[in-house]
Design a protein around this ligand. Sequence first.
Ligand SMILES: [Zn+2]
Length: 138
Amino acid sequence: MYERMRRELSYIQGLVEGNQSFQNSTEFKVIQRLAEVVDELIETTQKLDTRQAELEEYVESIEEDLNDLELFAYDDEEDDEEVLELTCPECGEDVLVEAEDLEDESVELLCPKCHTVLIVEDASDQEEKELVNNGEGI
Ligand SMILES: [Zn+2]
């Protein structure tokens, strides 16, 4: 497409320059100037077009990577054990506990935010998660 535009432009320039009686007229200068501007436009558009194609390719590769990541994340989710969410009585921070960790007996946890020790009783057979705070903040 750009080659064709350049050929057209050259053809027009050739016509104008071939007309000797035309060479000193204002129209000649105007057409010469316009031809220069059109030439620049073709150049700029072609560069943009190339850049655009590169970006599209790049976006496609990002999209593919993202799809892979999504598949990976969903796979992981399926493999995960049940996770219970507790709320720290001291600071209100949500603390995640894997249900697997609660199967045997009570578990001591540290609140990641305020470092209060949280004792979580065996929650495997109760509806509400019981949370006991022994008050020993660190
Ligand atoms: Zn806390």
